[in-house]
Design a binder for this molecule. Structure first.
Ligand code: IPE
Ligand code: IPE
Ligand code: MG
Length: 251
């Protein structure tokens, strides 16, 4: 990176920091396969580069304190529809990502939490998740939520199941939106202010549903492995130009 570009990024970063930053940014990391295909490489290479992009971004967001909560959608409940070797490769990559970043997360105060139906994941991945979650639980610099076998509908259903079982035990006196939100797997997270989807498609693909009620949506054609620090800054700049009304009238 040349000096000029570095200065520009730093200047833009300073401007972004002087404005209202999101508390929670959620990223739908899409386009790994197309990134690889465009280079005549196997899809798996796209996933490998995708993990690198995620590593860089987590470091950048943490170091620059751009938002205290970051979510990454890594594997959806529908991604089981892919060929078994791709699914296995993705789980192996995720396990390696979690293990290899463990020390860095501890040192930098990154608290990792995996959201999703982890009981269906291969045991080595489950062990890595449990160990790294436990070791990083006191991290306070960045709260990183990674969706693995996560689905927005699964998440709402978890809440509904908990509500039913509490009601059966006679422990649920009222069920309003706030009480229900506290039963969701995402209860500890603020709602996302900004949801970014890379890779051209303009859909949620069963990521956060309940939580996305008032999220700003940002779609970019940039494929996930190319989504770098500058691309993230562009998304933040766009977010800072939005007028959030939450059903009210403009201030
Ligand atoms: C995102 O990239 C990674 C996952 C969903 C696991 P894709 O693998 O969906 O890439 P495209 O959409 O086929 O390009
Ligand atoms: C969304 O990407 C899921 C993740 C990024 C984990 P997909 O590639 O699975 O989404 P669709 O199939 O294009 O909707
Ligand atoms: Mg895709």
């Amino acid at each position: 990176m040349g000096r000029g570009r570095t200065a520009t990024l730093a200047d833009r970063l300073a401007v972004v920091r002087g404005r209202v930053l999101p508390r929670h940014v959620a990223l739908i990391m899409d386009g790994n396969g197309r990134w690889a295909q465009a280079r005549g490489l196997p899809r798996m290479e796209g996933h490998r580069q995708g993990v690198k992009a995620a590593e860089h971004l987590v470091r950048f967001v943490g170091e620059e304190h751009l938002c205290p909560h970051l979510s990454l959608f890594a594997f959806s409940t529908e991604n089981w529809n892919r060929p078994p070797d791709e699914v296995a490769f993705l789980f192996a990559l995720l396990e390696r990502f979690i293990r290899e970043r463990e020390e860095e997360f501890v040192e930098r105060g990154v608290c990792l939490r995996v959201l999703g139906a982890v009981e269906a994941l291969p045991p080595p991945l489950r062990r890595a998740i449990a160990e790294v979650e436990e070791r990083t639980q006191d991290g306070d610099a960045l709260h990183l939520a990674v969706g693995i076998n996560f689905g927005g509908r699964w998440s709402i259903l978890q809440g509904a199941r908990r509500a039913v079982s509490l009601a059966r035990e006679g422990k649920l006196d009222q069920l309003d939106e706030e009480a229900f939100a506290r039963l969701l797997p995402t209860a500890d997270l603020p709602e996302p202010d900004l949801i970014v989807r890379t890779g051209e498609e303009r859909r949620i693909s069963n990521f956060y549903l309940w939580e996305a009620a008032y999220a700003e949506l940002y779609f970019t054609a940039t494929l996930w492995p190319d989504f770098d620090e500058e691309a993230f800054l562009v998304a933040l700049e766009d977010f800072q130009g939005r007028r959030r009304r939450f059903g009210g009238v403009a201030a």
